[in-house]
Design a protein around this ligand. Structure first.
Ligand code: AMP
Length: 187
């Protein structure tokens, strides 16, 4: 089963992805984590993206799409994908469809975790303390939110027409969201 967790930064995608990884024995595909790893390794990609990442800016599609392509064609991960933070633009969503088609896969569920701006600011402030992420300060959060509204919102319009699309109130407690997801996937 392949799933997409979709929603603004701080919506709880990562938390729910971790739950689903355990429940389904799937893989969390977090482009944010993959990009942070490149920075930690100080790779060529890492050097290119470090400033934009710290500023909360969008990383260019070519870099992100390449990382995703490697994952989709990894036979170990086939039909065990939980996308967290990808796709984030219409061109990424279209690219994902092409890659899935050519690897004989499809998306079974798209969950949109819908959260308002105030909740996001509160949550990310807490995460900043817990995880010490450099892109978690209020100005950066607001910039990431604005980028989401501009660039990622069209992806929502694209996916909301899909019969496998489900909107969930992302301001609910973690367990309540988990229960709703579990009820939809029904395994
Ligand atoms: P996240 O961990 O999903 O909140 O992502 C952290 C940061 O990584 C974002 O603010 C972007 O700079 C970058 N990033 C993650 N995923 C993507 C993506 N799909 N496209 C472009 N940039 C991304």
């Amino acid at each position: 089963m392949n799933l997409i967790l979709f929603g603004p930064p701080g919506a709880g995608k990562g938390t729910q992805a971790k739950h689903l990884v355990k429940k389904l024995d799937n893989f969390q595909i977090s482009t944010g984590d993959m990009l942070r790893e490149e920075i930690q390794k100080d790779s060529e990609i890492g050097k290119k993206i470090i400033n934009d990442m710290n500023d909360g800016k969008f990383i260019n599609d070519e870099i992100v799409n390449k990382l995703i392509e490697n994952v989709i064609f990894d036979p170990k991960k086939k039909n065990k994908l939980i996308f967290d933070g990808y796709p984030r633009s219409l061109s990424q969503a279209k690219n994902l469809n092409l890659l899935l088609d050519s690897s004989n896969q499809k998306i079974d569920f798209i969950f949109f975790l819908n959260v308002n701006k105030e909740t996001i600011i509160n949550r990310i402030e807490k995460r900043k303390i817990l995880e010490k992420r450099l892109d978690d300060d209020v100005n950066t959060i607001l910039r990431r939110y604005d980028t989401y509204m501009e660039t990622t919102r069209p992806v929502l319009d694209f996916y909301s027409k899909n019969p496998n699309f489900y909107e969930i109130d992302g301001t609910l407690k973690i367990d309540e969201i988990t229960n709703k997801i579990d009820a939809f996937i029904n395994v």
